[in-house]
Write a protein that binds this ligand. Structure first.
Ligand code: EPU
Length: 419
């Protein structure tokens, strides 16, 4: 297992480029199952989760080939099985995204039920109930979701909880259903919008993406298309915090404005100066210590749970005390104990963390527990005195493309130690 070794204390300065969004790429690759012809998907990030997706689709008979640059050609013209095995699903929960497309196009699916997860129980009951409402017959047996259906039928589905991949799965399924599907209390995340744009390019009729009501008029078939995945807003936010926590001046290229407003507002409250122009963003925090900022996570457009650990690192060295509330996942404070080992002063009670800013963190050996928690630890390490060794960084490689190269471009002292 590779490690990252970071020597902290250097103000970051420079620019780097943001990659395609992981959480848009994964549903878009799954959506390729819906089309009869090949699609060319561009701006695909080079990440472990993308490799897992390719492995999953290839196992079903989908032909995935590397096109020029960062493009993938995905052809689901010769799918010969509808099986998503436990071995892959357990390493990547987003594998569940093949369920809706498989049932909609092939009338069958055999998808392992994702097991437990480090950040919460994360059930998929709403995915299953929604497909059942569209007429699929679904049983859970031997750890697998086994679904069968004739052509799905449009339905009105009111989601009990806002779910991102649940909304995506049902939206994809509805594109090939007979009649109109209405999904209420739908997730409004930009990645849901990106998927809807991709589906519409394939010939689907999805309206309302970005609002809480999606209306999908089913069509008989979808065709392949070309598409460029949106930039990763969570990667953008993570590097902005890297600039802020070190008192730096950084510019990020290839960002999507308007997808990160809640995070930018909090960074400004912390004292950062931010300028956006032409898909670039510059953050200036030179000569200033951040102020503590209260944060409450919630579905988009509120502050994302995927930025909570990173913002906690910022609050850990801020002036003052911040209250952070995690409302999306029930166990997403696994980074707290590791941050405490670096000298942070954090008290957790239930889903509330009270972070008393300290003047300095100190380097320590720490262990990553999930993707965003790892990012939080890397950020802490960038400002900590001395050397921090972040272990189990395979979590980071799932969601951050070349993190050591990009932080290196910004002037951080960071190296990967292959094991
Ligand atoms: N939930 C249910 N039933 C369901 C589905 C969800 O109760 O059937 C609950 C979950 O337990 C959770 C809440 O709904 O409490 C929201 O979960 P959601 O379904 O929205 O999460 P997800 O779709 O599994 C996606 C991202 C996550 C991100 C969350 C929240 C992808 C591939 N994953 O997960 O990303 O944290 O939305 O924004 O899009 C990450 O990138 O590190 C990551 C974990």
């Amino acid at each position: 297992m590779d490690k990252l070794v970071i020597v902290g204390g250097k103000a970051l300065e420079g620019e780097t480029r943001i990659s395609g969004a992981k959480n848009a790429t994964l549903p878009i690759l799954a959506a390729c199952l819906l089309a009869e012809g090949p699609s060319l998907v561009r701006n695909v990030p080079h990440l472990h989760d993308v490799t897992t997706s390719i492995e999953l689709l290839s196992g079903m008979g989908v032909r995935v080939t590397l096109a020029d640059g960062m493009g993938l050609e995905v052809d689901a013209g010769a799918v010969d099985n509808v099986h998503a095995p436990y071995d892959l699903v357990k390493t990547m929960r987003a594998s569940i995204l093949v369920l809706g497309p498989l049932v909609a196009r092939f009338g069958r699916a055999d998808v392992s039920l994702p097991g437990g997860c480090a950040i919460g129980s994360r059930p998929v009951n709403l995915h299953i109930d929604g497909l059942a409402a569209m007429g699929a017959d679904i049983r859970v047996e031997n750890g697998y979701i086994r679904a069968s259906a004739g052509r799905l039928k449009g339905a009105r589905i009111v989601l009990e909880t806002v779910t991102v991949t649940g909304t995506e799965n049902l939206m994809m399924a509805a594109t090939l259903a007979e009649g109109t599907t209405v999904i209420e209390n739908a997730a409004r995340e930009p990645e849901v919008v990106d998927l809807a744009c991709f589906l519409n390019r394939m010939g689907a009729r999805v309206q309302g993406a970005g609002t809480d009501t999606l209306v999908i008029e089913g069509v008989k078939r979808l065709h392949g298309t070309e598409y460029e995945v949106m930039p990763d807003r969570i990667e953008t936010g993570t590097y902005l915090i890297a600039g802020a926590i070190t008192g730096g001046l950084i510019t990020l290229k290839n960002i999507r404005q308007g997808t990160l407003d809640a995070v930018l507002a909090k960074l400004q409250e912390a004292g950062a100066q931010i300028r956006c122009a032409d898909n670039m963003i510059t953050l200036d925090m030179r000569g200033r210590r951040p102020r503590a900022v209260d944060v409450r996570t919630a579905p988009y457009p509120a502050f994302p749970t995927d930025m909570q650990a990173q913002f906690m690192a910022l609050n850990a060295i801020a002036e003052g005390t911040a209250t952070m509330v995690e409302t999306v996942f029930e166990n997403r404070y696994m980074h707290v104990q590791e941050m405490e080992r670096m000298g942070a002063d954090i008290r957790v009670q239930g889903n509330v963390a009270v972070v008393h800013g300290v003047e300095r963190l100190t380097g320590a050996p720490v262990m990553a527990t999930d993707l965003r928690a790892s990012a939080g630890l890397v950020l802490g390490a960038l400002v900590a005195e001395g050397e921090t060794e972040v272990d189990r960084i395979y979590h980071i490689d799932r969601g951050y493309e070349c993190i050591e190269e990009k932080l290196g471009q910004l002037g951080a002292c960071i190296r990967r130690i292959p094991q």
